[in-house]
Unconditional design. Structure first.
Length: 98
């Protein structure tokens, strides 16, 4: 392996994975209590953090709940979607590259 190939390989190995922020979006139907429950159960926030984020969602229309690798962010979005659906809420979670 040439020196250039070795340098490229070491750069690839050391590269940080792309991160994604997971956002929850406000709507007129999902209760504040349910949003807090999601923040605690899915995003592992304590009750104070969850309430603060819920207020930001309510006032600003959306808020970042956490920053994760692609696979974890995708899983969190899926978990929110399924929990919201099973509880009759239209709560929307999305992910955006940081």
């Amino acid at each position: 392996m040439s020196r250039i190939e070795e340098e490229l390989e070491s750069e690839l190995i050391l590269a940080e994975p792309t991160k994604y922020k997971v956002l929850l979006h406000n709507d007129d139907y999902t209760t504040m209590d349910f949003v807090v429950d999601i923040l605690v159960s899915v995003f592992h926030k304590n009750i104070n953090q969850a309430e603060e984020i819920m207020i930001v969602i309510h006032k600003s229309g959306k808020a970042v709940c956490g920053i994760y690798t692609f696979e974890i962010a995708e899983t969190k979005v899926y978990q929110v979607k399924e929990l919201a659906k099973s509880n009759g809420f239209p709560l929307l979670a999305t992910m955006e590259e940081v």
